[in-house]
Design a protein around this ligand. Structure first.
Ligand SMILES: C[S@@+](CC[C@H](N)C(=O)[O-])C[C@H]1O[C@@H](n2cnc3c(N)ncnc32)[C@H](O)[C@@H]1O
Length: 261
C-alpha cells in the first residue's frame, strides 16, 4: 500500500481547502473573525481550545498561527480526514488530533484534557448532528469549558422561514450573490469530486477502507441542524449564559455562546 507522506497530505489538504472555499467564498474572512473573537475572549495568551469537527485541521492550524502559545485538540471521526491532518501536521507543537464521535455521549471524557478548555471552535460541522445529538453535544461541551469559556461556531445557520420568511430569504440571497461574485472560472473540486478523488487515491487506501468500515461516506451527512433557533435553544438548555451572533453575512455566521458558572 502506498505511504501517506507529509507533502502528499499537504497537497490533499490544499485541495480540501479549495473545495471548501468554493462552497464558502468568505471562508477565510470567517476564520479571521473567529480568531479575533478568540484573541479578545479566551482570557489568556495560552488558551486550551477544542476544534469540533476539525476535518484535516484547517481551522486548528490557522488558529495556532494566530495564537502560537495555544493548545488545540482537533476532534473528528472521519478516518481519512484524521489521517491527512496527522500526516500533514505531525510534530506540530500545540496540536493533536482526537478520534471521537461528537454524536455519541462520552466523547469529552476520551480527550484526556488536563484542565477545562478556554474555548471550543468549529466551522461548517455542527449542522451535521441531528437535533437530539446536538443538544447532548452542547450539554457535554458545557462540562469541559471553564466558566466564561467560549463556544464559537462558524456555520450557515438559518432563520426560521415560518416565523421570519423575508429575513430567511434575504439571508440566503446575500450568500448566493456573494458566491456568484467571487467564483471564478477554473473551478476546483466540489465536495463530491474531492471525495471521489480522495477515496480512489492509492496513498489514501488505508484510511478510505477504515472510513468505509465506519460506514462514513460523503453522502453520510445531512443538513440536520441548520436552524439558528435550534442551536440557540440547545445552548441555553445546556446552561450557556449569553448566546448570540457576533459576525454574519446572510445566514453565514459565527454564533458565540459564553459558558455559565
Ligand atoms: C464540512 S467538514 C468541515 C471541516 C473543518 N471544520 C473545516 O472547516 O475545514 C465537516 C466535518 O465535521 C466532521 N463531523 C461530522 N459529524 C461528526 C461527528 N459526529 N463527530 C465528529 N466529527 C464530525 C466531519 O467528519 C467533517 O470533518
Amino acid at each position: 500500500m502506498a505511504e501517506l507522506d507529509r507533502a502528499t497530505a499537504e497537497r490533499w489538504i490544499s485541495r480540501w481547502d479549495a473545495q471548501q472555499q468554493h462552497d464558502m467564498p468568505d471562508r477565510e474572512e470567517r476564520f479571521s473573525a473567529l480568531f479575533d473573537a478568540v484573541e479578545a475572549g479566551a482570557g489568556r495568551p495560552d488558551p486550551l481550545m477544542l476544534d469540533l469537527g476539525s476535518g484535516p485541521g484547517s481551522l486548528s492550524v490557522r488558529l495556532l498561527a494566530r495564537i502560537p502559545a495555544a493548545t488545540v485538540v482537533a476532534i473528528d471521526t472521519d478516518p481519512l480526514l484524521l489521517a491527512l491532518g496527522r500526516a500533514a501536521h505531525a510534530g506540530r507543537g500545540g496540536l493533536r488530533f482526537a478520534d471521537a464521535d461528537l454524536g455519541h455521549s462520552g466523547w469529552a471524557g476520551t480527550l484526556g484534557l488536563e484542565r477545562p478548555a478556554d474555548a471550543a471552535v468549529s466551522t461548517t460541522a455542527l449542522h451535521w448532528l441531528p437535533g437530539p445529538a446536538l443538544r447532548a453535544m452542547y450539554a457535554e461541551l458545557a462540562t469541559v469549558l471553564r466558566p466564561g469559556g467560549l463556544l464559537l461556531n462558524g456555520d450557515h445557520l438559518e432563520e426560521d422561514e415560518s416565523a421570519v420568511p423575508v429575513l430567511a430569504r434575504l439571508d440566503r440571497a446575500l450568500v448566493e450573490q456573494e458566491h456568484r461574485r467571487r467564483v471564478r472560472d477554473g473551478q476546483p473540486d466540489d465536495w463530491k469530486g474531492w471525495w471521489e478523488a480522495a477515496t480512489a487515491a492509492p496513498e489514501l487506501a488505508g484510511p478510505a477502507a477504515a472510513r468505509a468500515q465506519r460506514r462514513w461516506s460523503e453522502d453520510h451527512h445531512g443538513s440536520e441542524s441548520v436552524l439558528l433557533g435550534e442551536h440557540v435553544a440547545s445552548l441555553r438548555a445546556a446552561g450557556f449564559a449569553e448566546v448570540g451572533t457576533i459576525w454574519q453575512r446572510g445566514d453565514n455566521r459565527i454564533l458565540c455562546a459564553v459558558s455559565g458558572s
